[in-house]
Ligand binder design. Sequence first.
Ligand SMILES: Cc1cc2nc3c(=O)[nH]c(=O)nc-3n(C[C@H](O)[C@H](O)[C@H](O)COP(=O)(O)O)c2cc1C
Length: 339
Amino acid sequence: MDVTRLQRPVIAAPMAGGPSTPELVAAVNAAGGMGQLAAGYVTVEAVRQQIERTRSLTDRPIGVNVFVPAHPDPRIDRAAVEAYRRRLTPIALRLGADVPEPRWDDTDGFEAKIALLEEAAVDTVSFTFGCPGAQVVRRLRAVGSQVVVTVTDADEALAAVREGADALCIQGAQAGGHRSTHRVDAIPNDLSHLDLLREVRSVTSVPLVAAGGIADAQDVRRALGLGAAAVQVGTALLLTPEAGTSATHRAGLTEPSLSRSVVTRAFSGRPGRGVRNAFVDELDAYAPSVFPVVDQLTKPMRAAAAAVEDFHLVNLWAGTRWRQATAAPAAEVLERLTP
Ligand SMILES: Cc1cc2nc3c(=O)[nH]c(=O)nc-3n(C[C@H](O)[C@H](O)[C@H](O)COP(=O)(O)O)c2cc1C
């Protein structure tokens, strides 16, 4: 799929952790955009099933997004992870959850997912958290997939283009969810998607997809005006009926007393933007930069908090414009975004 040829220049962000569903992908496709599944955090078998289900709902192009694993870093501060674990334990116990032993070798099943995608030959494979390697890019292109790499600055953009990426997703600081810096411990810049479009456009001519805080047709018009081929929206779709966003996440996003979004490593060890809640207030200062280890530590307690609809103890991922998100069907959201 060529992102420059969409009927509507709107791509649904892949949203790991539940929000991206085959139904959301199909609804966005039916409305003339392009939907993407999120392969992060789930097993390769689950990804296979989601691709099959999505293909039963839409015959238009789809994307699948994969997390690039961090290379094992000998400098990982294991003592800091243990200290964070001790800090999490009383909160987990109150919820009746545990804080698991850290696993240091997690790659999110990267190789198996690439092998599946070679077989599935979906239209677009997008990567986040790094460049997948020139060989992986070649393997996916060989089966006809277009490869998109998410970047947050010009250096990451150049590295992705050198590996053969067909297009780049330019993720600005307003974006909801994890910031896709290519290093886990990088301090993310505060460039907007418009700043980044200017910066990255000056170093490469590959198609650019702009993401981060895009909430209305004027935002889309501006991004296209600066040379974006399309935009990618996540938060704008979180409350749609087709999204798999949990009831607790939805409640947090519509809770009037929660009024700011922040970037925090507290939930996963990687910087991610979400609506500020008690978990962030209590733990942000102590979270080590170790992904996905911190994510694993907090996972059972977040699941327990979600089960009792406690939006203060789950990651309320959302971009800066979350107040503009509505519970309208995805087709209406795309309509609203179309210049
Ligand atoms: C709940 C949530 C989950 C996300 N999960 C992923 C993911 O799995 N892979 C990815 O590349 N980006 C992910 N993102 C980031 C999006 O790709 C995109 O950069 C972001 O949603 C754009 O900003 P916006 O949310 O303000 O539209 C996620 C965003 C949200 C809100």
